[in-house]
Write a protein that binds this ligand. Structure first.
Ligand code: TXA
Ligand code: MG
Length: 350
């Protein structure tokens, strides 16, 4: 299959092109599209064959449910059993935006889309191209991140084509994404909403609307034998080919420790890499040193992290060290993804 790539600028949306993209979805095909978080791999959420194709194109286990993307609040009721009051409040505050909510599904949503579950994850993205595309596609687009299973989520169209060219009909190239990490997922099916995956919408932001919100216990830790409640969180996502170790502690000690380890690993024949920050990166002696941005604004780190992990793979780096990040704000999502990528290997310096 030849994959067509079309360029669509968020500020000058060409509806003619998006109509063609929408037709592909309606005919049961697949189209990757930009959102404010990461690129999604879209198919018709109400068509079981489309969902099967998504799993196949990604090489993803089919027990891992997909997120259904909508573009209008009035479209929600058709795919869910009921809309709890708390969900209405969160939608009012954060939709369109980087928040996914889980509901009991209606009969309209096939089990192929929900990985066999009776619940469905729903998100209304804020990216204008995404919203127009979803509308043209009929209103319900199932989309996981547009990467091959096991690779970091794509933050630009180039990474989508790297992973999926020849496997899908079209890629809508909307340039780089704004946030760089996947949406916050909140389970709304219980009395008290529970955060299953941290993202740009933080616990504090959710609590400013709802009072108290719980966090899934498996979210930041490596609890053995505990099944995470978002099935996708159990897979070793985001893992670079090289070994990744996070080093936490006071700045001077971290750079000294990492440099010592780098020298040693280089002698053993490793190609070494470092994820540092703007103020520290020049101090490292790794073969490939990359700054994830500024500590003053962890949003820059969120935006660069997946690109950096992909580049280490491309450059065949075999041993990587990363500085640790503050878990306030979006820093919690950054550390959640980084810890997963590292298989929870973290060194704490006293
Ligand atoms: O930002 C995002 O959410 C991106 C963009 C494309 O919207 N999408 C995304 O999809 O990250 P994906 O498939 O890579 O991650 C979806 C996560 C998985 O961990 C999955 O297990 C969880 O959502 N999930 C989906 N439906 C669920 C459900 N009914 N119950 C629990 N977890 C669910
Ligand atoms: Mg994903």
């Amino acid at each position: 299959m030849e994959t067509r790539v079309i360029q669509v600028e968020e500020q000058h949306i060409q509806t003619g092109l998006l109509r063609q993209a929408g037709e592909i979805i309606k005919a049961g095909g697949l189209v990757a599209f930009p959102t404010e978080t990461v690129y999604g791999l879209g198919g018709d959420a109400l068509n079981p064959d489309s969902s099967r194709k998504i799993y196949e194109a990604k090489g993803r286990p089919s027990d891992n449910p997909l997120i259904v993307h909508i573009c209008r609040m009035e479209d929600l009721a058709y795919i869910v059993e009921e809309i709890p009051e708390a969900a209405l409040k969160l939608a009012e505050a954060f939709w369109p935006g980087p928040l996914t909510m889980i509901f009991h599904k209606s009969a309209a949503v096939p089990h192929e889309t929900t990985g066999g579950l009776d619940t469905v994850a729903v998100r209304m993205p804020s990216h204008k191209t995404a919203l127009s595309f979803i509308r043209e596609a009929g209103g319900y687009v199932a989309a996981p991140s547009a990467n091959r299973s096991g690779r970091p989520s794509p933050t630009c169209a180039k990474y989508v084509t790297e992973d999926l060219a020849g496997r899908i009909e079209m890629v809508i190239d909307g340039g780089g994404v704004e946030i760089g990490l996947e949406s916050t997922i909140v389970d709304m099916t219980e009395e008290d909403p529970v955060i299953l995956r941290p993202g740009y919408i933080t616990k504090e932001m959710l609590e400013s609307v709802l009072g108290s919100v719980r966090e899934d216990r498996t979210m930041m830790s490596d609890l053995n034998g505990q099944a995470p409640r978002a099935p996708g969180m159990k897979y070793r996502h985001y893992a670079p080919k090289g070994s990744l170790t996070i080093v936490d502690g006071e700045e001077e000690r971290v750079t000294a420790y990492i440099n010592e380890r780098l020298d040693c690993l280089k002698r053993e024949g490793h190609k070494t890499g470092v994820i540092g920050t703007d103020t520290t990166i020049a101090r490292y002696r790794g073969d490939v040193c990359k700054s994830a941005g500024s500590r003053d604004d962890e949003r820059t780190v969120a935006r660069e992290l997946y690109r950096i992990l992909r580049e280490f793979d491309d450059e065949e780096v075999t041993a990587i060290f990363s500085e640790s990040f503050d878990t306030a704000g979006i820093g919690q999502a950054v550390m959640n993804r980084l810890l997963k990528a590292a298989g929870h290997r973290i060194v704490y310096l006293q």
